[in-house]
Design a protein around this ligand. Sequence first.
Ligand SMILES: [Zn+2]
Length: 141
Amino acid sequence: MERGRSPEAIKRMADLLRAGAAMLSERCPACGLPLFRLRSGEVVCPVHGRVYIVRDESEASRITVRSVLEELERFVAHSLSDVVRRAGATSGNSVADELRSWLDVLERVERILDMISTSAREEGLDDSDKPRSSQSRNQAS
Ligand SMILES: [Zn+2]
């Protein structure tokens, strides 16, 4: 994960500013660079392009956690289908054990993902002005 401000990133920030984009106080959850609002209202990271608007650290870490978990979910799904494919050739309890342990992981991942999205929804209720890229598109600033 790149954290430093590489010359390339600086150049892109300069290009964005030249194009009339506004530098925001929010930062990219992936690299920590400041985000920019384009004239179209779209919010972009100079390195990663289009990103979520992140208001605070907890939201930033939630987005990071979620993307890691989603990656893990894909990995588990892939491993499960691998086990199933090999199941015909292998016999005995090892296949069942392997399936059980992958399903355990999957269950945990989904429970955490569920927890994260539930807490995001609850905070959304007290926080109706939370910036969202889909909403901010309509706001002229
Ligand atoms: Zn970034």
